[in-house]
Write a protein that binds this ligand. Structure first.
Ligand SMILES: [Fe+2]
Length: 363
């Protein structure tokens, strides 16, 4: 289903070098990767593969624990934004009845603006951790922080590549509830192999930039293994062109050791659609009883910042496409309702909530 494509690779050492020629090379890769494919591969990121592997193994051990223990770390009251998310909780907006074939663990590795915690208590909730999980917590937070730093470096370079101030995106994201997510895709049964079941239905991410440092497969005996099927994994849809109005499905196959960075909806809005949020889908292997872990880090815009095209991208068309403006935090609230993590009643927070005072005064 995919056609060969050359997704650009950005060398972080280039974008961090300060050397004009190397910076130009990095900017060009970002412009093409984020503009045409909605993602880039990133090398030179410095994420420790051993630590990441240890985190995956610890997460597999956690997912094998009794349901009650996992449920105790699951928070419907905080819209599943921290701790464990059971399978079949989240739904892609255009899921078409697909079951949700993963369980997840959310944690925020970066300190959140205390004011945002008051205004958006669910998306800014405190982290929660499993018992005896000191190494799990330390590795989780360390990987999250390192991956976040990669995200900030890319956002600075992406801003320069668009002719903006270097800090245009990074500054908007300061103090936001950036969140990391560990995922474990569930094993397929023999009967499910070769059916329409997907590990992740096609969707776009609602944040600014998503970073994926690479996952790990586990064989039916629970041992880490190589990818059991070359066609399994991440596919993305390139943006529409007159020749390909529906875009094109491309298999994301990063060079060894590279991380994937992809465009989220907030970056699309801020750039007035110059970059577009990347539709992506996760295909399972055509083999029963294999699972896969992955780590995703989501860089967000601060919840009190306005989501609307930045000045250089304001046109009548972009304002029509991305208006009316909303705050990033309220945008997130609405999205979490759309994907089934927050209850519909959460939307009542967006209006005046104190009519009962008048009702009481009137008797
Ligand atoms: Fe995603």
């Amino acid at each position: 289903m995919s056609q060969p494509a050359t997704i650009p690779t950005v060398d972080l050492d280039d974008v961090r070098s300060g050397d004009p020629e190397r910076m130009r090379r990095g900017a060009e890769a970002l412009r093409r990767g984020l503009g045409e494919f909605g993602l880039v591969y990133v090398r030179g990121h410095g994420i420790d593969p051993e630590r990441l592997g240890r985190l995956y193994d610890a997460f597999v051990e956690f997912t094998d624990r009794p349901l009650e223990e996992k449920q105790a770390l699951s928070g419907e009251d905080i819209w599943f934004q921290r701790g464990w998310t059971p399978p079949n909780t989240e739904q892609a907006v255009l899921a078409g009845g697909q079951p949700d074939f993963k369980e997840c663990y959310f944690a925020a590795p970066i300190e959140i603006d205390p004011r945002a915690k008051l205004l958006f208590p669910e998306t800014c909730a405190d982290n929660r951790w499993p018992r005896g999980g000191d190494t799990f917590r330390e590795d989780y937070l360390a990987i999250g922080r390192d991956v976040h730093d990669v995200g900030l470096a890319l956002l600075r370079a992406a801003a320069l590549a668009l002719g903006l101030e270097e800090t245009a995106f990074a500054e908007l994201s300061q103090g936001a509830p950036h969140v990391s997510r560990l995922l474990r895709y569930l094993p397929l049964t023999e009967e499910q192999v070769g059916t329409h079941i997907l590990w992740g239905e096609e969707h776009t991410d609602f944040n600014l930039l998503t970073l994926l440092p690479g996952g790990r497969f586990y064989d039916p005996n629970g041992r880490p293994c190589a990818k059991p099927d070359p066609d399994a994994g991440l596919y993305l849809r390139t943006r529409a062109t007159p020749q390909e109005p529906r875009g094109r499905m491309v298999h994301g196959t990063p060079p060894p050791g590279c991380l994937v960075a992809q465009v989220g909806q907030q970056l699309e809005i801020l750039t007035g659609g110059v970059y577009q949020a990347t539709p992506h889908v996760i295909r399972p292997p055509a083999a029963a009883d294999y699972t896969r872990t992955a780590f995703a880090h989501f860089v967000h815009v601060h919840p009190e910042r306005k989501l609307l095209p930045l000045d250089p991208f304001v046109t009548a068309e972009s304002l029509r496409a991305y208006g009316p403006p909303v705050l990033a935090g309220t945008y997130g609230l609405k999205t979490l309702v759309d994907i089934g993590l927050a209850p519909k009643s959460a939307l009542s927070k967006l209006g005046y909530r104190h009519y009962d005072r008048l009702a009481a005064a009137r008797g």
